[in-house]
Design a protein around this ligand. Structure first.
Ligand code: PLP
Length: 281
């Protein structure tokens, strides 16, 4: 098994992390999760562009160029010999004596490794349950930072309630979920929270917007309330691993007819077609 450490691919077991790494001590870093199907990286450029934005927001300089990083990630994926999987990549501000302010000289540490992950076909076919929780995160969740404690706690609460995801409510409005973006469909129109510091602009969200246009579903970047969420005909969640997943119940109440709706299925088909095109090369 191989992993990437800055610009070098090496055996995963040879990578050690310092006790004084700022990612470990402060969560001072950023990350990406990148999907691959049949060994082909999906929306790699969009993930790297977002990584670049996250890095700039926290004044982090990447230890290698974006082109070099893209090459290394492709090599790493090929070496893994995995068909369907994901890359977990993170960059921290590196190692220094523990003090909150940036060290004088920082050497950011980039690590990445692959993991086999099958497509979540049964969840995609039957849909998942969700709960709603207060969005108690900080006000810059557009940065894909390592600080995920509120997300962890929300997801655990969902799990304990027998659900898969926790939908965050800020000032009465749906922002996103603990690890995914949220969409409501009403009378054939798809609504979602606009890009802002209150959501992570998901790569799958961006892909879905293109697909909605392609299949002729009107898209509105507009936040909706928790009440409106409960009255949607269809609800969808997206992320890199979950893809385009129907939500069929929220807080134990059925969404629409309690099964994946027609628009959701249409969007799923368009997404599956995009994967099929990637696989064909
Ligand atoms: N929102 C949050 C809080 C996330 O953690 C994620 C991804 O895990 C997403 C949205 C979806 O982003 P993407 O589609 O890029 O995976």
């Amino acid at each position: 098994e191989y992993a990437l450490r800055n610009d070098k691919i090496m055996p995963k077991a040879d990578i050690t992390i310092s006790l004084e790494d700022r990612g470990y001590q402060f969560g001072d870093g950023i990350y990406e999760v990148i999907r691959f199907y049949d060994g082909e990286l999906f929306h790699l450029d969009a993930h790297l562009a977002r990584l670049d934005i996250s890095a700039r927001q926290i004044n982090l300089t990447l230890p290698l160029s974006m082109d070099a990083l893209a090459r290394r990630l492709k090599e790493l994926t090929a070496l893994s010999k995995i068909g369907d999987g994901k890359i977990y990549l993170q960059i921290t501000r590196g190692v220094s004596r523990r003090a909150h302010a940036f060290p004088e000289e920082t050497e950011p540490l980039l690590t990445a490794y692959t993991e086999e992950v099958a497509r979540p076909l049964s969840q995609l076919a039957t849909g998942i349950g969700a709960i709603t929780v207060q969005d108690n995160r900080w006000l810059r969740v557009d940065i894909k930072s390592l600080n995920l404690l509120p997300n962890v706690l929300a997801k655990q609460k969902a799990k304990e309630a027998g659900a898969v995801e926790a939908i965050f409510i800020r000032d009465g409005h749906v922002t996103e979920a603990s690890a995914s973006n949220v969409f409501g469909i009403r009378n054939g129109v798809i609504y979602t929270h606009p890009v802002s510091p209150f959501i992570l602009n998901g790569i799958t969200r961006q892909a879905l917007k293109v697909l909605a246009e392609k299949v002729g579903i009107q898209w509105v970047d507009e936040a909706f309330t928790e009440q409106e969420l409960m009255e949607m005909d269809e609800v969808i969640m997206t992320n890199t691993v979950l893809e385009v997943c129907p939500v069929i119940s929220i807080n134990g109440q059925p969404v629409g007819k309690g099964q994946p709706g027609q628009h959701t299925i249409r969007l799923q088909q368009a997404f599956a077609e995009e994967i099929a095109v990637l696989k064909r090369g």
